[in-house]
Design a binder for this molecule. Structure first.
Ligand SMILES: Cc1ncc(COP(=O)(O)O)c(C=O)c1O
Length: 442
């Protein structure tokens, strides 16, 4: 029997790690055993500067006492309450706090447990919304090349990253894609939003002409594409998308899983770009990454379309066992308070130009073919090794870790998204370390 098995010290074989080169990792594990503020502590006794806020989620830094305490207290007071047909105060409080922080017009909150689930939820709400108002033919979903919307079937169908799609069959039917907005020939080394590319939003008109607006439920985009390697929206692009969606009665969903909670120096990208979607998906920074939780925010028009029929009947046949889980809700409330009290979004905004100058100082380092930045996000794109894509950036990731800096890479792009508690000295340290790393790479 499995339980009779003797524990094997340091047995790494059972855990099939997500989005990881498992064999490489298990030969030379990178084990994090603690964290505090801007730093991770490793099993081999080092302090590693967190250049990525975990996975774009620990915006307030690590092991913040207020959040830890809120979780401990909530676990002792009310551990779990059924999410269906029952409620508990903290889920309502968090929904209200989120609404108050969100751009005006985002009035209702549906809780999920991750970014992927937020995306599935938003896509389902979009289709069901049209049906509820008598436009049941609007079922098509439009995503964008290079988009990342998590890993569930809806998300990879509207997503546009080939490796996340090609192994998994035919995906969802009735999906189309806008072109991505990466135009390196025209926009390389842009600071902030690129000048060129607004016209790429017009492709939505082509898609409408091809399928008929009356078959299209929603367009989903990341206002700033993160996981594909940080692509800023060209000037005027999001405005154009908004205009075309409105013109054709198509819902616009902003996937703010990365851009939410101060990453660009405003609470949400919708504020930052001053473009209002019909729905927003969030996760990650909602609980500072500490407890899984996501949410979908909607306008009253969408929410109210469901509030019909007999009052004892469920309006939306969707939800998760852990939607609005008490401990996650407590973590969310403590997180939003931390952001507000410590002025962390303001800190991100005030450091954005220092961050920009620091990153762009790497322009002449070996292999660098583009640098992009906004708020406290940055990307350094490297020339791939001919015939061996991703190897150079992965080498940078390993070398940086050796030098006590955690970065993320995707393809041959280094992506940076430090906790918003960062200061100038730590920005300098990130850039100095990267400069050393780039000079040692093959
Ligand atoms: C824009 C976006 N959407 C969705 C997701 C998926 O979130 P999760 O990994 O919590 O499912 C991510 C994760 O990075 C993301 O960046």
């Amino acid at each position: 029997m499995a339980l009779d098995r003797k524990p094997v010290p340091n047995d790494l074989s059972a855990f099939w790690m997500p989005f990881t080169a498992n064999r490489q990792f298990k030969k030379a594990p990178r084990m994090l055993v603690g964290a505090s503020g801007m730093f991770y502590h490793t099993a081999d006794g080092r302090e590693v500067l967190d250049g990525t806020a975990g996975l774009w989620c620990c915006n307030a830094g690590h092991c913040r006492p207020r959040i830890t305490q809120a979780i401990q207290e909530q676990a002792a007071e009310l551990d779990y309450a059924p999410a269906f047909q029952m409620g508990h105060p903290k889920a309502f409080e968090l929904a209200s706090a989120l609404r108050d922080m969100a751009p005006e017009g985002m009035e209702h909150v549906f809780f999920t447990n991750s970014g992927s689930e937020s995306v599935e939820t938003a896509l389902k709400i979009a289709i069901a919304y049209h049906r509820a108002r008598g436009e049941g033919a609007r079922t098509r979903l439009i995503g964008r090349e290079r988009g990342y919307h998590g890993v569930n079937f809806g998300g990879i169908s509207v997503g546009g990253i080939v490796n996340n799609r090609k192994m998994f069959g035919t995906l969802l039917g009735g999906v189309d894609h806008l072109p991505h907005t990466h135009l390196p020939d025209q926009n390389a080394f842009t600071r902030g939003q690129p000048e060129h590319g607004a016209h790429l939003a017009d492709d939505l008109e082509r898609i409408v002409a091809l399928h008929g607006a009356e078959t299209i439920a929603a367009v989903i985009v990341e206002p700033m594409a993160g996981s594909t390697g940080v692509l800023m929206p060209p000037k005027g692009y999001l405005e154009r998308l908004r205009e075309i969606c409105t013109k054709h009665g198509i819902l616009l969903i902003f996937d703010e899983v990365i851009t939410g909670f101060g990453r660009l120096g405003s609470a949400f990208a919708a504020d930052h770009f001053d473009v209002m979607p019909d729905m927003m998906t969030v996760a990650k920074g909602l609980t500072n990454g500490v407890i899984p939780m996501g949410a979908v925010l909607t306008t009253p028009a969408i929410h109210d379309a469901f509030m019909q029929g007999p009052e004892h009947v469920i309006e939306l046949f969707h939800g998760y066992t852990y939607s609005g889980n008490p401990i996650a809700a407590a973590a969310g409330l403590a997180t939003l308070e931390t952001y507000r009290e410590e002025g962390l979004f303001e800190n991100a905004a005030s450091l954005a130009s220092y961050w920009e100058d620091a990153l762009h100082s790497l322009k002449d380092q070996p292999h660098v073919i583009d640098i992009r930045n906004m708020g406290l996000v940055g990307a350094i794109e490297l020339e791939p090794i001919a015939g061996d894509p991703t190897r150079r950036a992965f080498g940078a990731f390993l070398a940086a870790y050796e030098k006590n800096l955690m970065i993320r890479t995707t393809g041959d792009i280094i992506a940076l998204s430090p906790p918003l508690i960062i200061g100038k000295a730590e920005i300098d340290r990130i850039v100095e370390t990267l400069s050393e790393v780039l000079r040692t790479l093959d």
